[in-house]
Write a protein that binds this ligand. Structure first.
Ligand code: UD1
Ligand code: CA
Length: 453
């Protein structure tokens, strides 16, 4: 909205008891991003816009998340939960600074879009004092009803305070509101708690605006955008809506999804051109897939970058820190973690590659394991460009395989192999005993870690 300043206040002080979780409600994720982060991402950005979040006491983690997503977020604590208007006033200092448009959104309504925030602001520009986001509810039970007469909004009635006629209204309050920022404090401060719940309802702002002779309007949107999340079932529904959006965006951007409904994406997944994703693929946060890459079925990828024309899977697992160069190939039942595979590397079958760097065009045979964990700590494996590692080899890190080196099948490599050398080592018994003895000693002293990764 050029030329106008805005403050968006996100209310997130609720306990979220119905989630039956120790985690504050707004920190639960959909598409691998917290509910709060989704709302903050949709809120107006840039130098003329500011953000505030209202959190409950003891919700430091919520404050942290807000600052992680948008470092400029001002955090306010609502010490007692006395209603949505009371929550907005917790951010009084931010409102008092004075803006053109004050927006109020809920932290548990993550599907809201930036365009909708903009649509709500438009009436303020044309002189309205308040704009409410409304939607036609399939089942209006529990929502505030929008009382409209001759096209103008008279009031919002909360479910508990409705009469029989009002309960038949299906046009409901989504919870998002835009208020004239210069008048907002005087409006919200007039809100009382004379209702069945003895709460200060932000929704009463509508009737107050009318009493002041000012204009209140409704902007409609579809129900999917304003689904509020109170339960795990609703969280799962919102996930579905979000996944449908992400799949559509991927398809619109030219990604081939053979069975879109079976592919799970994260909010931050990025794609190049001519990417193909086969059915039943799960993509977690922090994944980029470059031009021409193919992800075969039953693959799970997190925090990894897939290079141009790379092939992954079927049944591959790429864990955080995996980077595949152009044309690299990860085949079935291969797991990679913190591993860089340069262009043209092939790890085609049944391997674990962790804490490793593999030079261009190296070929890693079936069943090769980088033994990165010795029971105490992680060690790295370096494999030079063009090396060939025979099947069923164990590369006991820290270890370096030189460029163009050739490792015979079934080797247990415990020492560095020079460039272009040929090595065929079959598990020197003494080494193994040494390691086992050391592990037993550490275990007795209670120092060995419980598991590897
Ligand atoms: C609210 C609206 C209702 C609307 C519905 C849409 C009011 C009074 N009612 O009802 O008209 O149809 O949302 O989902 O606004 N919060 C605080 N502090 C408080 C109370 C609430 O921060 O003291 C936060 C909650 O964390 C939540 C949001 O405000 O994010 C909404 O509160 P909630 O109690 O869920 O309101 P609803 O009864 O759903
Ligand atoms: Ca709610």
């Amino acid at each position: 909205m050029p030329g106008r300043t805005a403050l968006t206040i996100v209310l997130a002080a609720g306990e979220g008891t119905r989630m039956r979780s120790a985690i504050p409600k707004v920190l639960h994720p959909i598409a691998n991003r917290s509910l709060l982060a989704h709302v903050l991402a949709a809120a107006a950005n840039g130098s003329t816009n500011s953000l505030a979040v209202v959190i409950g006491p003891d919700h430091d983690a919520v404050a942290e998340e807000a600052r992680r997503v948008r470092p400029d977020t001002a955090v306010f604590v609502q010490h007692e939960r006395m209603g949505t208007a009371h929550a907005v006033l917790a951010a009084r200092d931010a409102i008092a600074r004075g803006v053109d448009d004050l927006l109020v959104a809920f932290g548990d309504t993550p599907l809201i879009s930036a365009e909708t925030f903009d649509r709500l602001r438009a009436p303020l520009k044309h002189g309205a004092a308040l704009a409410v986001l409304g939607f036609r509810a399939a089942d209006p039970t529990g929502y505030g009803r929008l009382v409209v007469e001759n096209g103008s909004l008279l009031a919002i009635r909360e479910q508990a305070d409705t009469n029989a006629a009002e309960r038949t209204i299906t046009l409901c309050n989504a919870g998002v509101m835009a208020i004239d920022g210069r008048k907002a404090l005087s409006i919200i401060e007039r809100i009382g708690n004379a209702n069945s719940k003895r709460e200060y309802y932000l929704t009463d702002a509508v009737a107050i605006v009318r009493d002041l002779g000012l204009e209140a309007v409704v902007i409609e949107t579809n129900e999917d955008e304003v689904r509020g999340i109170n339960t795990k079932a609703q969280l799962a529904e919102a996930e579905q809506v979000m996944q449908a959006r992400l799949r559509k965006a991927a398809l619109d951007a030219g990604v081939t999804l053979i069975a879109p409904e079976t592919v799970f994406l994260a909010a931050d997944t990025t794609f190049g051109k001519d990417v193909t994703i086969e059915p039943f693929v799960v993509i977690g946060p922090g994944v980029s897939i470059a031009d021409g890459a193919t992800i075969h079925s039953f693959t799970h990828i997190v925090q990894s970058s897939i290079g141009k024309n790379a092939l992954v899977g079927p049944y591959a697992r790429l864990r955080p820190g995996t980077s595949l160069g152009e044309g690299a190939k990860i085949g079935n039942f291969v797991e990679a973690k913190a591993a860089t595979l340069e262009a043209g590397v092939k790890v085609n079958h049944l391997s674990y590659v962790g804490d490793a760097h593999i030079g261009a065009n190296a070929n890693i045979g079936a069943g090769t394991i980088t033994c990165n964990y010795d029971g105490f700590g992680k060690n790295t494996t370096e494999i030079g460009a063009g090396a060939f590692v025979g099947t069923n080899s164990s590369l006991v890190a820290p270890v370096k395989i030189g460029k163009g080196a050739y490792i015979g099948s079934g080797s247990v490599i415990t020492r560095d192999v020079p460039d272009d050398a040929m090595a065929l080592e079959r598990s020197p018994q003494t080494n193994r005993e040494g390691g086992a003895k050391r592990y037993r000693e550490m275990k007795t002293r209670g120092k060995a870690a419980k598991s590897s990764s």
